[in-house]
Design a protein around this ligand. Structure first.
Ligand code: KIV
Ligand code: ZN
Length: 513
């Protein structure tokens, strides 16, 4: 059996199904490039038949990524599979991942199909997918609650039809680790052609055991794990990529395989996903939480100072902590700026976009002096660097806030070609600024999320704000960063309004299956 553990990242597909985590094509492209730097084996880039936006994103990622396989999801229908094939067409290596539900409850209540018809449809789907590519993955959805006998028949049939990877999803996060490990073992033992496919697992975290289930599966022969950065995903999320990768690496004494992930890129990937989705990482989250390597108690600190391994099983720098090198300063030129962005995997779409980003960088360097990699990431995450999309632009903002007084904001904004002014009061300075913006924009959008994070440490750090807006069922995330968090908030709000305005929003993706 292979000693290579394939890491299949589904942040851009299952992760995006997390309510409020929808991303624009540009944002997905940036994450895909970071996943490639992380050396993920397979990137599931989206579900092309679910919307034109998803189709375009998968196609753009297929064209941009060279070192990872680019995969698209498709229901077991000829139309979905053809659309998926078209989307992954530009990929150097492309995969079609097709699925149909196999549990009694899903077959009876959702599909209203008999098991034999599900099996026949699955076999046909794999056949259709094989017309386009030799790399075909099949998933029996809700396998965790499916009958093992039926799963064996189904998996044998799809492998015979040409599936090269069979993926066992615990779709509702119901299974316990010893059961899930046992299921993988049983299937591999009982499916006669089991050795003709790679066995994969896809675990959800409803009971908090997605990573444990995935690792139990690896111990029982799974050689692909499907996971997401920060464990992003539907409901309680998917198995977290960083936890699986670091468990297998740290405990190489017990795991019979290893991934090819460049672990030093993990923290950068985590921060990028968090900043784009606006989902902060909890401080005590394993591997990527701000406190994951912090020692507070005196006994622990003393131990670590004397001998690091007394309390540390991994090195922070191995996952990319402490890597926030001073990258540029106010004397850095356009070329150095462009080169550093390229090193961070950031490619701006045009010279105009680069000029706008460079001007913002200079402004920031003047204010802060030191500009870190995280600052650069935040700077380009404001889509405002694409000037043609900036329908609303902040010109000036004055906010007065005093103990015992009602905060007041006065704003000047460029809207289309004209300059408009408004004043408003609010419960707090941010509220006042948002009300002033709304007086001008009259967007009537509902705010679903407002979150503020410090990008780096120190009181001169930039605050990064995410604002999530919803209008008529459409959801957008706006980002803004500034050393002044009221300004960062206004920028984030305008960034979200620009996305609503330019139609970059997308319907919150739902699996229609
Ligand atoms: O959770 C699930 O079952 C899925 C499948 C489409 C693999 O996401
Ligand atoms: Zn899933």
């Amino acid at each position: 059996m292979s000693d290579h553990l394939i890491i299949f990242d589904t942040t851009l597909r299952d992760g995006e199904q997390s309510p409020g985590a929808s991303m624009t094509r540009e944002e997905k492209l940036r994450i895909a490039k970071q996943l490639e730097r992380l050396r993920v084996d397979v990137i599931e880039a989206g579900f092309p038949a679910s919307s034109n936006g998803d189709f375009e994103s998968v196609r753009a990622i297929a064209a941009a990524v060279r070192d990872s396989v680019v995969c698209g999801l498709a229901r077991a229908s000829e139309k979905d599979i053809a659309r998926c094939a078209e989307a992954i067409g530009p990929a150097r290596a492309g995969r079609i991942h097709t699925f149909i539900a196999s549990s009694p409850i899903h077959m009876q209540m959702k599909l209203r199909m008999a098991p034999d018809d599900v099996l026949a449809q699955a076999v046909k789907a794999v056949g259709w997918a094989r017309r386009y590519t030799d790399d075909v993955e099949f998933s029996p959805e809700d396998a965790g609650r499916s009958e093992p006998d039926f799963l064996c028949r189904l998996l044998e049939a799809v492998i015979a039809a040409g599936a090269t990877t069979v993926n066992i999803p615990d779709t509702v996060g119901y299974t316990m680790p010893w059961q899930f490990g046992g299921l993988i073992r049983t299937l591999r033992e009982r499916v006669p052609n089991a050795d003709k496919a790679v066995w994969s697992v896809h675990c959800h975290n409803d009971l908090g055991v997605a990573v444990a289930n995935s690792l139990a599966a690896v111990m029982n022969g799974a050689r692909q794990v499907e996971c997401t950065v920060n464990g992003l995903g539907e409901r309680a999320g998917n198995a977290s990529l960083e936890e699986i990768v670091m468990a297998v690496r740290t405990r190489k004494d017990v795991f019979p395989c290893a991934s090819r992930i460049d672990t030093a890129q993990i923290v950068a990937a985590s921060k990028l996903v968090s900043s784009i989705t606006g989902f902060p990482v909890q401080p005590n989250k394993a591997i990527v939480g701000a406190n994951a390597f912090a020692h507070e108690s005196g006994i622990h600190q003393d131990g670590v100072l004397k001998h690091r391994e007394t309390y540390e099983i991994m090195r922070a720098e191995d996952v990319g902590w402490n890597a926030n090198k001073l990258s540029l300063g106010k004397l850095s030129g356009r070329n150095a700026f462009k080169t550093r962005l390229a090193e961070l995997g950031i490619e701006l779409a045009s010279d105009d976009a680069l000029n706008v980003a460079f001007a913002k960088f200079k402004e920031l360097a003047d204010k802060k002096g030191q500009v870190f990699d995280e600052d650069l990431q935040a700077l380009v995450s404001e889509e405002a660097v694409t000037p043609e999309r900036e329908h609303y632009r902040l010109l000036t903002l004055r906010v007065v806030s005093e103990t015992g007084e009602i905060p007041q904001a006065r704003i000047a904004m460029a809207v289309g070609g004209s300059e408009l002014h408004a004043e408003a009061s609010g419960d707090g300075p941010v509220d006042a600024a948002f009300r002033a913006i709304e007086r001008i924009a009259q967007a009537n959008a509902k705010m679903l999320l407002f979150s503020v994070n410090a990008i780096t440490t120190g009181t001169d750090a930039q605050g990064e704000v995410t604002v999530r807006l919803e209008r008529e069922g459409r959801v957008v995330n706006g980002n803004g960063a500034d050393t002044d968090i009221i300004v960062a908030s206004a920028k984030a709000y305008l960034n979200a309004l620009n996305k609503l305005h330019s139609g970059q929003e997308k319907l919150n993706p739902q699996l229609a299956a």
